[in-house]
Design a protein around this ligand. Structure first.
Ligand code: SAM
Ligand code: SF4
Ligand code: SF4
Length: 341
C-alpha cells in the first residue's frame, strides 16, 4: 500500500527519535543552559515503538532511521534495533549518532542487525569541537569511528557535517580527506534555520554552490552522480573517484519529493521538519486503538499533507531563526533535538 499526500509524495521514510536527551550541546542545536525534557513516562517504550513502526510499515514505510537527541543514550538500544531488524517490511534500518558512545556500542548494534550508520562530525579540531559542542571528548568520537571500522557497518559509514561560515568552512577539504582515510562518505549539510539554531542567519550558510567551488579549486573537475532515490543528499564524484554529498536543505530544498516524517520520543508525529504542530499517536496507542484506527489517523493526515516547509522559508524576504528560545522552552517539540534532524 502506498499513501500519497497532496503533492503525490509517498510515505516511505520514518525518523524515529528514541530520546530527547543529548550528551553534547551543539551550538546550532542546543545552545541554551537549560531545557524542558519530556517526562520519563511519556517516552515510548520499545514495544510501543515497534507497534507504531508496524502501523507505519503497513502504510508503505520501508525506511526507518533511529535518531534523537542522542540515540545511544537510550539504554539497550540494540534490543530495539534487533526487534526492528527482524521486520521484513523494513528495507533500510539506519542510525544517526554524534558518536560519543559508539566505541562501546557499535559492535552490539551491528550484531543486532543495524543496516547503516551516520556519524555527525563538524570538526576535526579539539578546540573547535569544544567551542561547537561544549565537550572535550572528540577522541571518543574518533575511537567510535575506529571501532565501527571493525564491524559490518564500516561499509555504509557516512559522516555528516553542518557547514557553517566562519565556524568550520576552512575544514571541508580536511573532512573529505578524513572520510577517505576511514572509508566514510562525507556529506555537508547546509546550516538550517530550525529548532535550536537561534543564532541562524543567511550569511552563516555556506551554499552548495560555494562548497562545489571550493572543492573544484582544490581537486579539479567534479561530477554530479545521477540521483537514484529520494535521499536528501546529492552525491558528487571527485576526479579520483571518491564520493561526497551535499544536502542543500536551505538554498535548494528538496520538498518536491520528500517522503519523510518524524516521530518524537514521546510519540508526536510531524509531517515536516518545519511543521509547528504534530499529531499525538501515543495517546490513542495507550488507549488501545487498533492498527486500523491508528492507520486511519495517519492515512488521513498524510493524505492532507501539503507541507513544503523549507521551500516556503526560501520565499521569505526577511529570514531569521524559526523559533525563539522561550517558545521552545514552552514547547520543546519545536526543538531539532526532539524532532531528530
Ligand atoms: N544527536 C545525533 C547527531 O547529532 O547525530 C542525532 C540527532 S541530530 C538533531 C541529527 C542531525 O541534525 C545531526 O547531523 C545534526 O548535525 C543535524 N542538525 C542539527 N541542527 C541543525 C541545523 N541547524 N542545521 C543543519 N543540521 C542540523
Ligand atoms: Fe548535537 Fe545531535 Fe545533540 Fe543536537 S542532538 S546537540 S546535533 S549531538
Ligand atoms: Fe520535507 Fe518539510 Fe524538509 Fe521540505 S522542509 S524536505 S517537506 S521535511
Amino acid at each position: 500500500m502506498t499513501l500519497r499526500d497532496q503533492h503525490l509524495r509517498p510515505l516511505k521514510n520514518l525518523r524515529l527519535s528514541v530520546t530527547d536527551r543529548c550528551n553534547l550541546r551543539c551550538q546550532y542545536c542546543m545552545p541554551e543552559e537549560n531545557y524542558t525534557w519530556f517526562p520519563h513516562e511519556q517516552i515510548l517504550q520499545f514495544e510501543e515503538c515497534c507497534q507504531l513502526v508496524d502501523v507505519f510499515t503497513g502504510l508503505g514505510v520501508d525506511k526507518v532511521r533511529l535518531t534523537g537527541g542522542e540515540p545511544l543514550l537510550r539504554r539497550d538500544l540494540h534490543i530495539l534495533v534487533r526487534q526492528l531488524a527482524q521486520k521484513a517490511a523494513i528495507k533500510d534500518l539506519a542510525l544517526t549518532t554524534n558518536g560519543l558512545l559508539l566505541a562501546e556500542r557499535v559492535e552490539e548494534l551491528s550484531a543486532a542487525g543495524l543496516g547503516r550508520l551516520t556519524i555527525s562530525l563538524d570538526t576535526l579540531r579539539h578546540d573547535r569541537f569544544f567551542t561547537l559542542s561544549r565537550s572535550k571528548k572528540l577522541d571518543q568520537v574518533m575511537e567510535g569511528i575506529e571501532e565501527t571500522k571493525k564491524t559490518s557497518l564500516a561499509a555504509s559509514l557516512k559522516i555528516d557535517t553542518v557547514a557553517m561560515r566562519g565556524v568550520n568552512d576552512d575544514e571541508f577539504i580536511d573532512l573529505i580527506e578524513f572520510g577517505g582515510e576511514h572509508g566514510a562518505e562525507v556529506r555537508f549539510i547546509e546550516f538550517m534555520d530550525v529548532g535550536g539554531a537561534t543564532t541562524w542567519s543567511k550569511d552563516k550558510v555556506v551554499t552548495r554552490a560555494e562548497m562545489l567551488r571550493t572543492f573544484e579549486k582544490h581537486y579539479g573537475a567534479i561530477e554530479a552522480v545521477p540521483k537514484k532515490d529520494s535521499a536528501p543528499a546529492d552525491q558528487y564524484c571527485l576526479p579520483d573517484g571518491r564520493i561526497f554529498g551535499i544536502i542543500s536543505s536551505t538554498t535548494q530544498p528538496f520538498c518536491g519529493n520528500c517522503d519523510r516524517s518524524r516521530l518524537t520520543a514521546d510519540g508526536k508525529w510531524f509531517l515536516c521538519l518545519y511543521a509547528s504542530t504534530g499529531i499525538d499517536l501515543r495517546a490513542p496507542l495507550r488507549e488501545g486503538a487498533s492498527t486500523e484506527e491508528l492507520q486511519a489517523i495517519i492515512g488521513q493526515a498524510w493524505g492532507s499533507r501539503d507541507d513544503r516547509g523549507a521551500e516556503e522559508r526560501l520565499t521569505l524576504k526577511e529570514r531569521g531563526r524559526l523559533a525563539s528560545a522561550s517558545d521552545m522552552r514552552k514547547n520543546p517539540h519545536l526543538e531539532m533535538h526532539t524532532r531528530g534532524g
